[in-house]
Design a protein around this ligand. Sequence first.
Ligand code: BES
Ligand code: ZN
Length: 849
Amino acid sequence: MDPYRLPTHVLPTRYDLRLEPDLASSRFAGAVTIAIKVLQPTSEIVLNAAELEISEAILAREEDSQSARIALEETTERCRLAFDRPIPKGTYSLRLVFQGTLNDKLRGFYRSKYKDAAGQEHWLAATQFEATDARRAFPCWDEPAFKAVFASTLLIDAALTAVSNTGVLADYAEGNKKVVRFADSIPMSTYLVAFVVGELEATEPVYVGRTPVRVWSVPGKRQLAAFGQQIAAFSLKMYEDYYGVPYPSDKLDLLAIPDFAAGAMENLGAITFRETALLVDEKTATHAELERVADVVAHENAHMWFGDLVTMSWWNGLWLNEAFATVLEMVAVDAWKPEWQRWTTFGVSRAAALVVDGLQSTRPIEYPVAAPRDADAMFDVLTYEKGASVLRMLEQHIGPEVFREGIRQYLRKHAYGNTETADLWSALGAAAAQSVAEMMDGWVFQPGYPLASARVEKEGRLSVTQQPFAYLPRTKETAAPQRWQVPIQIRIHSKGSTTTQRLLLNDAEATLDLPEGFECAVLNEAGHGFYRVHYAPELLERLLKLLPNGLAAIERFNLVNDSWAAVLAGLMPLTEYLELTTRFKMERDKNVWAVLIGSFAALNRVIDASDRPAFERLIRDRLQAAFAAVGTPRPGENELTKQLRGELARGLGMLGNDEAVQRQAAAWYAEQTQAPAAADPDLTAAAVAILAHAGDRSRYDEFLGRFRAATTPQDEQRYLHALTAFRVPELLAETLPRTLNGEFRTQDVPHVIRSLLHSVHGREIAWGFVKQRWDELARAVPATGLKRLCEGVIGLATPELERDVRDFFRTRNIQLGGKLVEQYLEQLHIVVQMREREGEALRAYLSVT
Ligand code: BES
Ligand code: ZN
């Protein structure tokens, strides 16, 4: 018997919940009447509760009632109700009275602080229940499969507003308080229940059919809501069409919460966001900042069906929620702004999953979950990005219309219910008239992915083989070699024509006949496959002749990305990779540049300080031509060009330490201060980062002031992050204590520390700080954030630091759930090994260029 799971002989069907939060005392009182079905006679009822004081538990049926002895189990977060008289089968109502604290840990029922324009502090109360924190707000059956109807009533200060999942049925005064009664919800999981109470302000609703869509924020931010509201309305409508199922609730509110642990949360009808993910000023935001808002809103809206209407049975199947929402997020944003080329940028997400999934310490997408900490650990790139990648690969394999038809059947069949992965395969398989499970189980239940190697055999044939990709030699080679069913799409270029061939590679090897006049072959055409490609040297040479325009942007992206992975895995010499980068000097795609610059940033963390000037020269050599070619902003140009210009400027001004670009950044920044309305946001944002990199104390103080005075969430983040980008150790040492003295929000602290750990100028001080103040950090930062923070150790890429990190994690017995610690340590080890392997060759290479 798993101590974390609830017995299933008692089922809740309805919660009548009454909560009374008091912002002044940070306490809440509550009472809940739960309609239950007892399926087997029992004398005990077990449900979840944590950090609650339960004063009363009474079971009633008609005239009969009895009260229970209440025992709280702290470690398993359960509450046992023992009854003297046995309870026969039947339906009952269970009434519980309780109290709790509005905590500062951004989970359960918590409080969040903000300042108004006059600098006055205010509080609001909000909830964050996923994965397992509804039990901190009210006693409940806190597992996704125990779906029930929620009917909530809030008792609040008369001056405040309350928002929950459903519309307001009644709203009246009671003494000096206000009672707000909400409509019944659909049957849903506890983790989707939400309450927000405060001085909230809403936009006018936009109607999608009969559904009003509103954006909420703390007072004074309504002017930042339009962009988020537009994508919310657009995606809601698009999903109703795509899913062929109406929106499953009566209204849709999107709420920006000043303190928020994750990016956003898909509470049915009351989606909560951190402010940066919902509120934005379109005129001053960068492309990346706008894309972030569109992504997050579209993602959470997709969950209203995938996750909320149909829910995974248990957290091992979390990918059914998250991978799907991630795919649909792309579909919606792509339909909304095709010029953003969202599917090409998805390559960045796929690449992130390929990194973690190439580790020995990876895990399959579906993975056992027992304790709450393991459920939290499931929210990672394997669930989201690998999950989304393999779904996209399947969608392209069976065709988008067939795929959509399968999804429609799945949603109709399982509405208001819970599912397993096999249910999805059977719906998609029915639509596709083929076994989907056969191909897909290998991607979902096996860890890792294949490396497809291509070479030309003598007799004019192309050979493609598969083997598992691994950065480090694999420790436990299993007897049966690991295989996947790999849908491989190949484009063959020959004199005068190109053809596409599809093949499902099941075995270790497949061969294709090559046509007369064969020129070259592109594996993973269009880039949808979740695998890497290795070309034999001769094939690679042929392929490079197609640059720049004979390969699609995503194909160039994958080529660079797979080559860089090959360097880290010891399959390609670093100097060969650095030569390859010379072929991309005229590259114009921002994602291809993102991989190139990303690999340079990683190298910057492993080179010796004495080599840095030569390395900076190399960066300037690779980037300058493209930056010059992109030129200055032109009216009406594509947003992606703006982003590219900003990225190249950053790369040159920071990694390349290019003084001309630094001077230019100063000029952009000055212009922006003079005439903010005329400024190009991507240039302003790049300028802030570059000026921090090149900056001194006065710049630091200026940016600190700008951070404090910021009027948009994006501006605030921009200046906050600038405080981590300086090179002067004394200034970085001033940033660190601000993470614990209340100057920065705890939601932002992990990101600040992580970026300092990634900085070659800040990492040693930051690591010293983390070690010294670990206990305080672990107490202050929410669990999701602690994972982010620890991810920073991958930047500590010297053998000495690596040893120190290992010792620290071991002696302090740091556990982040799942395999996160192992994954971070392994990633660190891979870069340190690369440094040992390639260091000398790199130094020689730099000395002659
Ligand atoms: N369901 C998650 C929110 C969540 C994340 C809850 C982690 C508990 C732990 C939500 O749908 C989500 O995925 N949010 C993402 C943003 C999204 C655009 C990928 C997030 O919070 O980062
Ligand atoms: Zn999600």
